[in-house]
Design a protein around this ligand. Sequence first.
Ligand SMILES: [Zn+2]
Ligand SMILES: [Zn+2]
Length: 151
Amino acid sequence: MFELHKAVANPAHIGLDLVGIAAGAPLDLDLRVESVSEGVLVSGTVSAPWHGECRRCLAPLSGASSVEVRELYEPHAREGETYPLRHEHVDLEPLAREALLLELPLAPLCRADCLGICPTCGADLNEGPCGCAPAARDPRWAALDDLRLGE
Ligand SMILES: [Zn+2]
Ligand SMILES: [Zn+2]
């Protein structure tokens, strides 16, 4: 059994454009690696900073994810359940990626009551009403309005 405490640079972007962990961001591994009868058990915590955008107003957001993991590596890995153990080698990257991906906020908001941006003028409605009519007409209908006027 040994303990692993180290920070590695995230090798590739994890997540989506809206929210993700950038390539190069520090992944903090705080893990315990022990031999068990089936293979190698890895348990502990994986943490990383994430960056994203509010899904309503697109303000930049950031935070940190910290995930508890407890995964088994075995010579004949079961898809979706355990990780492969190859020549006594444990690859921690897929474990860290999968654990952190599940922990990312799917649709982050800058605050629960974020008002978003006006679909007509693009103003940030958190800073006050923009003065647009609440249900502005879709400009694509303007051509039809002209046709009616010409009747
Ligand atoms: Zn927002
Ligand atoms: Zn507006």
